[in-house]
Design a protein around this ligand. Structure first.
Ligand SMILES: [Zn+2]
Length: 269
């Protein structure tokens, strides 16, 4: 079954992963800018990373018939030094102008600090000024609920960023309701054996429906599973959900959100 993995860090994955994803039905990925497993020592290190995201990975994905689009920002984990963060942000307009860049992401909070929040809001202002989509990372574990509330409050200060153009990712059972109720899109990130997994994600779909929801693997340099999205499809089918219901969650929903960018190109159906 054709599916999109709308949040995966392919810079950290092997070419064999692309092959396995193709065989599992993956037709498109989108790759947000994030921490790459180490702190970069200069803004120029980020320039190289943004080139990798916008030139190298699309070419690698194309060999397997997978469309690749990117998002750019400085991630919250490396945004604790505002001077450094702003130097990286100065590079962003050049990359936001590229036709395969969908917007600003993944911005958000990591430890919910004041500096992270300041840089998060500066990214929201940038997205508003460039009229782009926004992809937001919420903190994990005990910081998630507080971080999600801080993010929802901050978004209210940028009214031109309408909720239908903003996706808040890594939602769990205790945060998904607040995100959807406020009109935003919500992303469920699937992990192999920590945090949200396919059975829990399907539980959420059964409780909340699948409007404005997507699933992604966020596969990266750490312990993660680039095939967790098709595993979620298998879980849905095993519970008796129709092929159409699975396709809505895994293909139609991410496509509808991403196509709002005017830049997401997908050649299926
Ligand atoms: Zn990520």
């Amino acid at each position: 079954m054709a599916y999109i993995d709308p949040h995966i860090h392919m810079v950290s994955r092997t070419t064999d992963d692309y092959r396995a994803m193709q065989l599992a039905g993956c037709v498109a990925v989108t790759e947000p800018a994030f921490w790459a497993g180490f702190d970069r020592s200069s803004p120029e290190g980020f320039r190289d990373y943004f080139v990798q995201l916008t030139e190298v990975e699309p070419a690698r994905a194309a060999r397997f018939g997978i469309a690749h689009h990117a998002w750019v920002c400085i991630n919250p984990k490396e945004a604790e030094d505002p001077g450094f963060a702003r130097a990286v942000m100065a590079l962003l307009p050049e990359f936001l102008a590229k036709p395969n860049v969908l917007g600003v992401g993944e911005i958000g909070l990591n430890r919910n600090t004041k500096n992270e929040l300041a840089i998060f809001e500066e990214h929201l202002a940038l997205a508003q000024a460039h009229d782009t989509l926004v992809l937001i990372h919420t903190p994990h574990l005990e910081d998630k609920l507080k971080g999600t509330r801080l993010i929802l409050d901050a978004l209210k200060r940028y009214p031109k960023l309408t909720p239908d153009r903003v996706l808040i990712d890594h939602v769990e059972e205790h945060t998904v309701g607040a995100v959807l109720d406020a009109g935003y899109w919500a992303g469920m990130t699937l992990y192999p054996d920590s945090k949200l997994n396919p059975p829990r994600a399907v539980d959420i779909v059964e409780c909340y429906g699948s409007e404005r929801l997507w699933v992604n693997s966020a596969g990266d340099w750490g312990h993660s599973d680039p095939l967790s999205v098709p595993k979620c499809a298998a879980e849905m089918r095993a519970r008796g959900h129709s092929v159409e219901a699975v396709s809505k969650l895994l293909l139609d929903n991410p496509r509808a959100f991403l196509e709002q960018s005017g830049r997401f190109v997908l050649d299926v159906r």
